[in-house]
Design a binder for this molecule. Structure first.
Ligand SMILES: [Zn+2]
Length: 359
Protein backbone atom coordinates (compact mmCIF):
# COMPACT_ATOMS: atom_id res chain seq x y z
CA UNK A 1 0.00 0.00 0.00
CA UNK A 2 1.55 3.29 -0.95
CA UNK A 3 0.83 6.89 -1.69
CA UNK A 4 2.56 10.23 -1.71
CA UNK A 5 2.92 12.00 1.60
CA UNK A 6 3.54 15.68 2.30
CA UNK A 7 5.23 16.77 5.50
CA UNK A 8 3.97 20.28 6.07
CA UNK A 9 6.09 22.75 7.94
CA UNK A 10 6.81 26.47 8.10
CA UNK A 11 8.99 28.33 10.64
CA UNK A 12 6.03 30.68 11.19
CA UNK A 13 4.54 27.86 13.27
CA UNK A 14 7.07 28.75 15.98
CA UNK A 15 5.15 31.99 16.60
CA UNK A 16 2.30 29.95 18.02
CA UNK A 17 3.59 30.25 21.57
CA UNK A 18 2.61 31.42 25.04
CA UNK A 19 6.00 32.15 26.59
CA UNK A 20 9.01 30.11 27.66
CA UNK A 21 7.44 28.88 30.91
CA UNK A 22 4.23 27.67 29.28
CA UNK A 23 3.68 23.90 28.82
CA UNK A 24 2.74 24.33 25.13
CA UNK A 25 6.03 24.57 23.21
CA UNK A 26 6.11 24.98 19.41
CA UNK A 27 9.78 23.94 19.26
CA UNK A 28 8.29 20.43 18.97
CA UNK A 29 7.41 21.20 15.34
CA UNK A 30 10.96 22.17 14.42
CA UNK A 31 12.32 19.10 16.24
CA UNK A 32 10.24 16.79 14.03
CA UNK A 33 11.47 18.51 10.87
CA UNK A 34 15.07 18.22 12.11
CA UNK A 35 14.63 14.55 13.02
CA UNK A 36 13.20 13.68 9.60
CA UNK A 37 16.07 15.52 7.90
CA UNK A 38 18.62 13.76 10.08
CA UNK A 39 17.14 10.35 9.35
CA UNK A 40 17.24 11.12 5.62
CA UNK A 41 13.67 9.93 5.00
CA UNK A 42 12.60 12.59 2.49
CA UNK A 43 12.42 10.92 -0.90
CA UNK A 44 9.95 10.46 -3.76
CA UNK A 45 7.33 9.04 -1.34
CA UNK A 46 7.69 11.73 1.31
CA UNK A 47 8.25 15.37 0.45
CA UNK A 48 8.46 18.48 2.62
CA UNK A 49 5.90 21.15 1.77
CA UNK A 50 5.92 24.71 3.03
CA UNK A 51 2.51 25.71 4.33
CA UNK A 52 0.56 28.83 3.45
CA UNK A 53 -0.71 31.14 6.17
CA UNK A 54 -4.45 31.18 6.74
CA UNK A 55 -6.38 34.40 6.10
CA UNK A 56 -8.91 36.16 8.30
CA UNK A 57 -11.54 35.02 5.83
CA UNK A 58 -10.61 31.41 6.63
CA UNK A 59 -11.10 32.12 10.34
CA UNK A 60 -14.56 33.58 9.67
CA UNK A 61 -15.71 30.20 8.33
CA UNK A 62 -15.85 29.03 11.95
CA UNK A 63 -15.13 31.90 14.34
CA UNK A 64 -16.93 35.06 15.38
CA UNK A 65 -15.67 38.47 14.32
CA UNK A 66 -15.43 39.35 17.99
CA UNK A 67 -13.00 36.54 18.84
CA UNK A 68 -10.85 37.26 15.78
CA UNK A 69 -10.62 40.96 16.72
CA UNK A 70 -9.85 40.33 20.39
CA UNK A 71 -6.99 37.95 19.55
CA UNK A 72 -5.63 40.33 16.91
CA UNK A 73 -5.65 43.31 19.26
CA UNK A 74 -4.13 41.46 22.21
CA UNK A 75 -1.48 39.96 19.96
CA UNK A 76 -0.40 43.38 18.71
CA UNK A 77 0.11 44.63 22.26
CA UNK A 78 1.53 41.30 23.38
CA UNK A 79 -0.30 41.14 26.66
CA UNK A 80 -3.44 39.76 28.28
CA UNK A 81 -4.98 36.37 28.74
CA UNK A 82 -7.63 34.27 27.08
CA UNK A 83 -9.50 31.44 28.75
CA UNK A 84 -9.22 32.67 32.37
CA UNK A 85 -5.45 32.73 32.41
CA UNK A 86 -4.63 29.37 30.80
CA UNK A 87 -3.88 30.87 27.44
CA UNK A 88 -1.74 34.02 27.77
CA UNK A 89 -1.21 36.20 24.70
CA UNK A 90 2.32 36.94 23.50
CA UNK A 91 3.23 39.34 20.72
CA UNK A 92 2.72 37.71 17.33
CA UNK A 93 0.35 35.02 18.60
CA UNK A 94 -2.24 36.01 15.98
CA UNK A 95 0.27 35.38 13.17
CA UNK A 96 1.27 32.10 14.84
CA UNK A 97 -2.38 31.07 14.97
CA UNK A 98 -2.74 31.89 11.26
CA UNK A 99 0.28 29.66 10.60
CA UNK A 100 -1.22 26.80 12.64
CA UNK A 101 -4.53 27.01 10.79
CA UNK A 102 -2.70 27.49 7.49
CA UNK A 103 -0.68 24.29 7.91
CA UNK A 104 -3.82 22.19 8.33
CA UNK A 105 -5.65 23.95 5.50
CA UNK A 106 -2.59 23.47 3.23
CA UNK A 107 -2.72 19.76 4.05
CA UNK A 108 -6.43 19.51 3.27
CA UNK A 109 -5.96 21.46 0.02
CA UNK A 110 -3.07 19.39 -1.31
CA UNK A 111 -5.04 16.18 -0.66
CA UNK A 112 -8.29 17.51 -2.15
CA UNK A 113 -6.43 18.67 -5.27
CA UNK A 114 -4.98 15.17 -5.64
CA UNK A 115 -1.35 16.30 -5.27
CA UNK A 116 -0.78 14.09 -2.23
CA UNK A 117 -2.63 11.13 -0.75
CA UNK A 118 -1.51 11.79 2.80
CA UNK A 119 -0.31 14.88 4.61
CA UNK A 120 1.07 15.42 8.08
CA UNK A 121 1.75 18.62 9.94
CA UNK A 122 2.93 18.73 13.55
CA UNK A 123 1.17 22.12 13.92
CA UNK A 124 -2.57 22.50 14.34
CA UNK A 125 -4.89 20.05 16.07
CA UNK A 126 -6.31 22.94 18.10
CA UNK A 127 -9.43 21.05 19.09
CA UNK A 128 -10.50 23.04 22.18
CA UNK A 129 -11.12 26.24 20.19
CA UNK A 130 -14.83 27.11 20.00
CA UNK A 131 -16.46 29.51 17.50
CA UNK A 132 -16.57 32.34 20.04
CA UNK A 133 -13.86 31.47 22.52
CA UNK A 134 -10.26 30.34 22.72
CA UNK A 135 -9.64 27.61 25.29
CA UNK A 136 -6.97 25.23 26.57
CA UNK A 137 -4.03 26.79 24.63
CA UNK A 138 -6.09 26.66 21.44
CA UNK A 139 -7.01 29.88 19.63
CA UNK A 140 -8.63 28.93 16.31
CA UNK A 141 -9.93 25.50 15.34
CA UNK A 142 -7.83 24.51 12.33
CA UNK A 143 -9.53 21.10 12.06
CA UNK A 144 -12.97 22.66 11.64
CA UNK A 145 -11.71 25.39 9.32
CA UNK A 146 -10.07 22.76 7.07
CA UNK A 147 -13.30 20.75 7.06
CA UNK A 148 -15.30 23.86 6.06
CA UNK A 149 -12.81 24.50 3.23
CA UNK A 150 -13.33 20.93 1.96
CA UNK A 151 -17.10 21.32 2.12
CA UNK A 152 -17.19 24.70 0.42
CA UNK A 153 -14.50 24.39 -2.26
CA UNK A 154 -14.56 20.67 -3.00
CA UNK A 155 -18.12 19.62 -2.15
CA UNK A 156 -17.10 17.10 0.50
CA UNK A 157 -20.06 15.90 2.56
CA UNK A 158 -18.59 13.07 4.62
CA UNK A 159 -15.61 14.16 6.65
CA UNK A 160 -14.37 12.06 9.59
CA UNK A 161 -12.37 13.83 12.29
CA UNK A 162 -10.65 11.43 14.69
CA UNK A 163 -9.07 12.84 17.84
CA UNK A 164 -6.62 10.85 19.98
CA UNK A 165 -5.40 13.70 22.18
CA UNK A 166 -5.54 12.84 25.89
CA UNK A 167 -8.19 15.55 26.27
CA UNK A 168 -11.67 15.53 24.74
CA UNK A 169 -11.99 17.33 21.39
CA UNK A 170 -14.74 19.54 22.76
CA UNK A 171 -14.42 22.51 20.41
CA UNK A 172 -14.49 20.38 17.27
CA UNK A 173 -17.41 18.36 18.57
CA UNK A 174 -19.45 21.45 19.45
CA UNK A 175 -18.93 22.99 16.00
CA UNK A 176 -20.32 19.91 14.23
CA UNK A 177 -22.73 18.67 16.93
CA UNK A 178 -25.86 18.97 14.77
CA UNK A 179 -24.25 18.07 11.44
CA UNK A 180 -23.42 14.82 9.70
CA UNK A 181 -19.70 15.39 10.13
CA UNK A 182 -18.33 12.42 12.06
CA UNK A 183 -16.23 13.26 15.10
CA UNK A 184 -14.60 10.49 17.11
CA UNK A 185 -12.69 11.32 20.28
CA UNK A 186 -10.81 8.96 22.59
CA UNK A 187 -9.75 10.74 25.76
CA UNK A 188 -9.23 10.52 29.46
CA UNK A 189 -12.49 11.21 31.27
CA UNK A 190 -13.38 11.56 34.91
CA UNK A 191 -14.24 14.01 37.67
CA UNK A 192 -12.18 17.19 37.53
CA UNK A 193 -10.33 16.29 34.35
CA UNK A 194 -10.18 18.95 31.62
CA UNK A 195 -12.39 19.86 29.76
CA UNK A 196 -15.03 17.72 31.49
CA UNK A 197 -17.07 16.86 28.38
CA UNK A 198 -16.97 13.76 26.16
CA UNK A 199 -19.19 11.26 27.97
CA UNK A 200 -20.25 8.27 25.91
CA UNK A 201 -23.80 9.67 25.92
CA UNK A 202 -22.70 12.86 24.08
CA UNK A 203 -23.72 11.60 20.64
CA UNK A 204 -24.74 14.67 18.66
CA UNK A 205 -28.21 16.10 18.13
CA UNK A 206 -30.74 16.70 15.35
CA UNK A 207 -29.22 15.80 11.96
CA UNK A 208 -25.98 15.03 13.77
CA UNK A 209 -27.38 12.48 16.21
CA UNK A 210 -25.04 9.47 16.21
CA UNK A 211 -22.23 11.40 14.50
CA UNK A 212 -20.39 12.39 17.69
CA UNK A 213 -18.60 9.33 19.02
CA UNK A 214 -16.94 9.54 22.42
CA UNK A 215 -14.73 6.94 24.03
CA UNK A 216 -14.08 8.09 27.61
CA UNK A 217 -11.04 6.31 29.01
CA UNK A 218 -9.88 5.91 32.59
CA UNK A 219 -6.60 7.28 33.89
CA UNK A 220 -3.52 5.16 33.03
CA UNK A 221 -5.17 3.29 30.14
CA UNK A 222 -2.36 1.16 28.64
CA UNK A 223 -1.53 0.03 25.08
CA UNK A 224 -3.24 -3.36 25.56
CA UNK A 225 -6.61 -1.71 26.14
CA UNK A 226 -6.25 1.33 23.90
CA UNK A 227 -5.24 -0.30 20.62
CA UNK A 228 -8.04 -2.93 20.38
CA UNK A 229 -10.59 -0.34 21.52
CA UNK A 230 -9.40 2.14 18.92
CA UNK A 231 -9.45 -0.45 16.15
CA UNK A 232 -12.93 -1.72 17.04
CA UNK A 233 -14.63 1.64 17.45
CA UNK A 234 -12.97 3.50 14.58
CA UNK A 235 -13.34 0.61 12.09
CA UNK A 236 -17.05 0.22 12.89
CA UNK A 237 -17.79 3.94 12.75
CA UNK A 238 -15.90 4.48 9.46
CA UNK A 239 -17.48 1.39 7.93
CA UNK A 240 -20.91 2.87 8.63
CA UNK A 241 -19.94 6.42 7.67
CA UNK A 242 -17.90 5.87 4.47
CA UNK A 243 -15.86 9.08 4.75
CA UNK A 244 -14.39 11.01 1.80
CA UNK A 245 -11.39 12.03 3.92
CA UNK A 246 -10.03 11.29 7.39
CA UNK A 247 -8.61 14.16 9.45
CA UNK A 248 -6.65 12.91 12.44
CA UNK A 249 -5.87 15.06 15.47
CA UNK A 250 -2.74 13.29 16.70
CA UNK A 251 -2.12 14.84 20.13
CA UNK A 252 0.61 12.99 22.01
CA UNK A 253 -0.29 13.87 25.59
CA UNK A 254 -1.73 10.44 26.42
CA UNK A 255 1.88 9.18 26.31
CA UNK A 256 2.94 7.70 29.65
CA UNK A 257 5.65 10.32 30.25
CA UNK A 258 3.24 13.22 29.78
CA UNK A 259 2.28 14.58 33.18
CA UNK A 260 -0.59 16.78 32.01
CA UNK A 261 -2.83 13.81 31.26
CA UNK A 262 -1.67 10.71 33.17
CA UNK A 263 -2.52 8.06 30.59
CA UNK A 264 -0.34 5.04 29.95
CA UNK A 265 0.40 4.85 26.22
CA UNK A 266 3.77 4.12 24.65
CA UNK A 267 5.03 4.72 21.12
CA UNK A 268 3.69 1.22 20.28
CA UNK A 269 0.14 2.57 20.44
CA UNK A 270 0.92 5.60 18.29
CA UNK A 271 2.59 3.52 15.57
CA UNK A 272 -0.27 1.04 15.59
CA UNK A 273 -2.95 3.74 15.52
CA UNK A 274 -1.25 5.40 12.53
CA UNK A 275 -0.99 2.05 10.74
CA UNK A 276 -4.66 1.14 11.38
CA UNK A 277 -5.95 4.55 10.30
CA UNK A 278 -3.73 4.63 7.22
CA UNK A 279 -5.21 1.28 6.17
CA UNK A 280 -8.74 2.51 6.82
CA UNK A 281 -8.06 5.60 4.68
CA UNK A 282 -7.07 3.32 1.79
CA UNK A 283 -10.11 1.10 2.40
CA UNK A 284 -12.65 3.92 2.53
CA UNK A 285 -11.40 7.07 0.85
CA UNK A 286 -8.64 6.34 -1.68
CA UNK A 287 -6.03 7.03 0.98
CA UNK A 288 -7.09 10.62 1.70
CA UNK A 289 -5.62 11.07 5.16
CA UNK A 290 -4.56 14.28 6.92
CA UNK A 291 -2.72 14.13 10.25
CA UNK A 292 -2.18 17.13 12.53
CA UNK A 293 -0.44 17.67 15.85
CA UNK A 294 -2.23 18.58 19.06
CA UNK A 295 -1.44 18.51 22.77
CA UNK A 296 1.86 17.03 23.95
CA UNK A 297 3.79 18.44 26.88
CA UNK A 298 6.88 16.28 26.64
CA UNK A 299 8.77 17.77 23.71
CA UNK A 300 10.84 14.62 23.30
CA UNK A 301 7.84 12.26 23.26
CA UNK A 302 6.09 14.51 20.73
CA UNK A 303 9.19 14.62 18.53
CA UNK A 304 9.56 10.85 18.56
CA UNK A 305 5.86 10.04 18.11
CA UNK A 306 5.27 12.46 15.23
CA UNK A 307 8.44 11.29 13.46
CA UNK A 308 7.29 7.67 13.80
CA UNK A 309 3.88 8.59 12.42
CA UNK A 310 5.36 10.31 9.36
CA UNK A 311 7.46 7.19 8.62
CA UNK A 312 4.54 4.81 9.23
CA UNK A 313 2.09 6.69 7.01
CA UNK A 314 4.53 7.50 4.19
CA UNK A 315 6.34 4.15 4.20
CA UNK A 316 9.63 6.10 4.09
CA UNK A 317 11.97 4.58 6.61
CA UNK A 318 15.57 5.50 7.41
CA UNK A 319 18.18 3.33 5.68
CA UNK A 320 19.70 2.57 9.05
CA UNK A 321 17.06 0.58 11.03
CA UNK A 322 18.60 1.94 14.22
CA UNK A 323 16.95 5.25 13.25
CA UNK A 324 13.45 3.91 13.98
CA UNK A 325 14.64 2.12 17.06
CA UNK A 326 15.88 5.37 18.58
CA UNK A 327 12.40 6.87 18.27
CA UNK A 328 10.62 4.06 20.11
CA UNK A 329 10.07 3.70 23.86
CA UNK A 330 12.10 1.03 25.49
CA UNK A 331 10.40 1.18 28.89
CA UNK A 332 7.14 -0.31 30.03
CA UNK A 333 3.98 1.67 30.36
CA UNK A 334 2.04 2.31 33.53
CA UNK A 335 -0.08 -0.26 35.26
CA UNK A 336 -3.75 -0.59 34.45
CA UNK A 337 -5.55 -0.16 37.73
CA UNK A 338 -9.09 0.78 36.92
CA UNK A 339 -12.44 -0.90 36.95
CA UNK A 340 -12.63 -2.54 33.57
CA UNK A 341 -16.26 -3.45 34.03
CA UNK A 342 -17.36 0.18 33.94
CA UNK A 343 -15.25 0.76 30.84
CA UNK A 344 -16.78 -2.19 28.98
CA UNK A 345 -20.27 -0.97 29.82
CA UNK A 346 -19.44 2.34 28.13
CA UNK A 347 -18.19 0.51 25.04
CA UNK A 348 -21.34 -1.61 24.84
CA UNK A 349 -23.41 1.56 25.00
CA UNK A 350 -21.45 2.98 22.06
CA UNK A 351 -22.03 -0.12 19.92
CA UNK A 352 -25.69 -0.54 20.91
CA UNK A 353 -26.93 3.04 21.00
CA UNK A 354 -24.66 5.38 19.02
CA UNK A 355 -22.87 3.74 16.07
CA UNK A 356 -26.13 2.17 14.69
CA UNK A 357 -27.45 5.74 14.16
CA UNK A 358 -24.83 6.47 11.47
CA UNK A 359 -26.39 6.25 8.02
ZN1 LIG B 1 -4.49 17.41 25.24
Amino acid sequence: MCGNTAFIYNDELLKYQFGSEHPYQPIRFRLVMDTLLEMGVFDHLLRPLRSELATEEDLREVHTEQLINIVKEMSQIGTGCLDMGDTPVCEGLFEGALAAVGATVTGAECIARGEFDHAMTPGGGLHHAHPDKAAGFNIFNDLAIAARRLQRNYGYERIAIIDIDGHHGDGTQSIFYDEKILTISLHRYGPGFYPGTGAVTDMGEGEGKGYSINVPLPRCTPDEVYVPTYEKVVSAALEAYRPEIIIHQFGTDAHYTDHMVGMGLTTRTYEKVAEITHHLAHDHCDGRYLVTGGGGYSADASRRIWSLVVCTVSGSFPLNPEGMHLLRDSGLNRKWKVQQEEFHKRLDYLFDEVIPLIK
